[in-house]
Design a protein around this ligand. Structure first.
Ligand SMILES: Nc1nc2c(c(=O)[nH]1)N[C@H]1C(S)=C(S)[C@@H](COP(=O)(O)OP(=O)(O)OC[C@H]3O[C@@H](n4cnc5c(=O)[nH]c(N)nc54)[C@H](O)[C@@H]3O)O[C@H]1N2
Ligand SMILES: Nc1nc2c(c(=O)[nH]1)N[C@H]1C(S)=C(S)[C@@H](COP(=O)(O)OP(=O)(O)OC[C@H]3O[C@@H](n4cnc5c(=O)[nH]c(N)nc54)[C@H](O)[C@@H]3O)O[C@H]1N2
Ligand SMILES: [Mo]
Length: 751
């Protein structure tokens, strides 16, 4: 492990350091030979889909695309280390809970079902049948099915997700919160209302044709490294790339492609961003309003497109004109001249893509901001033509597919009608809990059973202490997992760990070896088949776990659970009959590269209530800064983590080594506070119900706007108040926490 050190990193993203770190990840997991082979089959036609991010694959049947963080994700799953019954016999849960997330992750793959034993505070082995019987007993004892909550993280395959929501709805509830509620929910809400589909409309071919690509609030160098390949190619052919990000993220500045011989041997690199703007955190609605003002003032709108396809133009124009430049400049932190430069690039481009990530979605006004992004695209007809359109860059590798399959607490009537008709039961109609509502319901004692299909609910969610109380009040918590994590240690009165197969592993069922399918961020659906022996003979696939659960819980069900799981083609046949766009699913998904789901906006069809695209006005509001909490904190990912999974303590591109409890701050803010880089501070967030605090964070002087701070999650999740959420989307405002800083008490240790 590296010694703590803060030192500016001057190299481009990618390059040799990226190869070195990948090799190190494989070595640490003890899998150099096998891991390397697994890598070569990731995102290939006859291999498995990378369990990392949702960025699509280019030429899935030809070149292998190297990605450092993809290697880390596969290595983490393919690790040679194992968590066995002996491990649990050696450690009480209290002992395990004292370890950090890095240590928990480093213990290896879970190997058999375990049950929490309150008498000894240990997890003890349990057979699958006993485990299913325990869950069934709890579910059947509930006064209402709505007292159970079924969470999903976004790695779950389409087949597992479809079967899971089927079981949950046949059981009788729509309580299907998912990681989307913490992630791109606002994109879905904004775009569905506006253009009639919650997904992005662009494809990789559009990246080849765009004249400009704008990237808002996203850090692809760390979180979607394969996107850098597209941005590099675009930059090389003269496409203008414009970035809006409070931090100068290295991957958006310059990139040396690890697969380019000249980049690697001659040390060449590509400048990515033609212009890099550093707005203040939360300043995007303001700067977008500024951009729209200039586009409208110069009459640089696509009149024909607006006349034919849009409604709401006059109201949008009036609202945008009503905003004044002084407010826009003050709140965005950008000058009118900067915004004018960006507007000029936008106006000069005949085809523009807007990409965005968590820097846009995890804010109070995220839906308004995304609608403003879409307004700007619509004003210039940048949708439904080559090289243009919205591109919300999704996180988990199948988070978009899970939603398509019906993992959603607010399903449409049309979906429920089709599901009920095909599957022969009457789905519940009342909407269910999203993540925040589920935590509130568990805390009140209203929800009593919590079941998680993957993920790490206890660490990924806001308000860590409150959420822990909520989980501890449950009668039963169940985690279907591949690796040990915090959610196994923060549990209900009874608790189960159900270990499952990972994507890289063979999935052997009654009728032979199975493949699953996933949908990437650009709506391509393709097959994924494991290529390695399972980490343990006791693991079950996620679909098989759902079937086991359903057979135990719903003894009178007419659903042929066993047959469905014996051969996943049968699940796909059902999907094909329930979901539009999946006709002939089994045949089409076997074409090399899979198939693309139709996106109406690509044909300039906008299936909203009005059958038009909506231009939606969002007036700026005065921010009222709280003098007692003058800083705005964003919680982001380091280069060595996958959400709550911590692979290492380094954040290479940001120059941090060997520690995670850091807070990035502007030099003048340090001076103002009378503090120095390296000092330890406590962070206190202010909210109507009081203050929340975390302690012992090392100050790091950084190029960040004044008044803004950045730190990593999950360490900072105790600061995020549960009811501080995005309007209409309910997403926790993890990028906009009002905080104050105080020096840590003497003797506090850096960590
Ligand atoms: N290796 C790796 N890959 C991942 C993940 C991972 O943890 N590790 N997570 C996956 C998941 S689930 C997701 S959702 C994605 C997340 O991918 P990203 O969306 O890139 O997520 P974050 O790391 O939260 O980075 C947010 C970015 O937005 C910027 N930002 C913050 N606030 C603002 C703001 O107000 N305005 C603007 N313009 N910018 C802002 C931050 O400086 C940062 O660059 O990545 C996925 N891929
Ligand atoms: N403060 C703050 N909080 C955030 C965010 C933020 O930016 N700031 N980002 C949010 C976002 S965008 C997201 S998506 C959420 C993520 O929230 P989650 O999806 O709940 O969390 P992960 O950390 O991705 O889950 C990791 C765990 O998943 C399990 N796992 C891995 N692979 C598999 C598999 O194939 N099957 C099963 N069953 N389990 C598997 C492993 O046991 C691992 O420990 O976090 C959110 N929380
Ligand atoms: Mo996410």
């Amino acid at each position: 492990m590296s010694e703590p050190e803060i030192k500016r990193y001057d190299k481009p993203a990618g390059g040799w350091d990226s190869l070195k770190r990948s090799y190190q990840a494989l070595r640490e997991e003890g899998i150099v030979g096998a891991g390397a082979r697994a890598m070569l089959r990731t995102n290939q036609d006859h291999g498995f889909d990378c369990p990392g991010c949702a960025w699509p694959d280019r030429n899935p049947n030809s070149t292998f695309e190297f990605c450092e963080n993809g290697v880390k994700a596969v290595a983490a799953e393919a690790t040679a280390k194992r968590v066995t019954r002996d491990f649990f016999a050696q450690h009480t849960v209290a002992e395990l809970a004292a370890h950090d997330d890095l240590w928990l992750e480093a213990q290896g793959r879970l190997t058999e079902p375990m049950r929490y034993d309150v008498a000894t505070d240990h997890y003890v082995p349990e057979s699958w049948d006993e485990a299913f019987a325990t869950i069934a007993r709890h579910l059947q004892a509930l006064a209402s099915p709505d007292q159970a909550v079924f969470y999903t993280s976004g790695r779950t395959s389409n087949e597992a997700a479809f079967l899971y929501q089927w079981f949950v709805r046949e059981f009788g509830t729509n309580n299907l919160p998912d990681c989307s509620n913490l992630c791109h929910e606002a994109s879905g809400v904004a775009l569905t209302e506006q253009i009639g589909s919650g997904k992005g409309s662009v494809t990789l071919e559009d990246f080849e044709q765009a004249e400009a690509i704008f990237v808002f609030g996203q850090n692809p160098g760390t979180n979607h490294p394969r996107m850098l390949g597209e941005l590099r190619a675009a930059a090389k052919r003269g496409c203008r790339i414009v970035v809006f990000n409070p931090l100068r993220e290295r991957g958006l500045e310059r990139f040396a492609h690890p697969q380019s011989p000249s980049d690697m041997l001659l040390g060449t690199q590509t400048e990515i961003a033609s212009r890099y703007f550093q707005p203040r955190i939360g300043g995007d609605l303001d700067l977008l309003t500024g951009l729209a003002k200039i586009v409208l003032e110069r009459d640089a709108v696509d009149r024909d497109f607006i006349a034919q396809h849009c409604i709401g133009f006059d109201a949008l124009r009036d609202t945008v004109f009503a905003a004044n430049w002084a407010d826009i400049e003050a709140d965005s932190g950008l000058s009118r001249a900067d915004i004018d430069d960006a507007a000029r690039i936008y106006i000069d481009s005949a085809a523009t893509i807007f990409c965005w990530g968590m820097g846009i979605t995890q804010h109070r006004r995220s839906v308004a901001t995304i609608q403003m992004l879409m307004n700007l695209l619509l004003l210039r007809g940048n949708v439904g033509k080559p090289g243009a359109g919205p591109c919300p860059v999704r996180g988990h590798s199948n988070v978009q597919g899970d939603r398509t399959m019906g993992i959603y607490e607010k399903p449409s009537e049309a979906f429920l009608d089709r599901l009920g008709a095909e599957c022969g039961f009457a789905p519940p109609r009342a909407h269910g809990f999203d993540v925040v509502a589920a935590i509130e319901a568990m805390h009140r004692g209203e929800a009593r059973v919590f079941f998680a299909m993957g993920g790490n609910f206890a660490a990924a969610t806001p308000d860590t202490h409150h959420t822990a109380e909520a989980l501890r009040r449950c009668d039963l918590t169940v985690q279907v997992s591949t690796k040990l994590n915090r959610s196994h240690l923060v549990h209900g009165r009874e608790a189960l760990i159900l270990p499952c197969l990972g994507r890289s592993e063979f999935d052997e069922q009654a009728e032979g070896r199975q493949a699953v399918t996933v949908e990437d961020s650009m709506s391509m659906v393709h097959l994924s088949a494991g290529i390695r022996a399972p980490a343990s003979e006791h693991l079950r696939s996620e679909p098989a776990i759902v079937a086991g659960l359903a057979l135990a819980t719903l003894p009178r069900s007419k659903t042929p659970w066993r047959e469905l799981v014996a051969n996943y083609d049968r699940i796909r046949d059902r999907i094909a009959r329930v979901l539009p766009g999946f006709e002939d699913f089994n045949a089409r998904v076997r074409h090399p590269g899979g198939f693309h789901l139709p996106h109406p906006a690509r044909e300039r069809r906008f299936p909203t209530v009005a059958q038009r695209a909506l231009l939606i006005a969002h007036p700026l509001r005065d921010g009222v800064p709280d003098p007692a909490a003058p800083f705005r904190l964003m919680t982001v990912r380091s280069h060595d983590q996958y959400n709550t999974t911590v692979y290492g303590l380094d954040d290479r591109y940001r120059g941090v080594r060997g520690l995670r409890r850091v807070v990035f701050i502007h030099r003048e803010d340090l001076a103002m506070l009378g503090l120095r880089a390296g000092d330890l501070v406590d962070l206190h967030s202010r909210w109507h119900d009081g203050e929340r605090s975390v302690s012992g964070f090392t100050l790091v002087e950084y190029d960040i706007p004044r008044g803004n701070l950045a730190s990593y999650f999950p360490e900072t999740n105790p600061l995020v108040p549960l009811d501080s959420v995005a309007e209409r989307a309910g997403t926790p405002t993890s990028k906009a926490i009002a905080v104050r800083l105080t020096p840590s008490a003497p003797g506090t240790m850096a960590s």
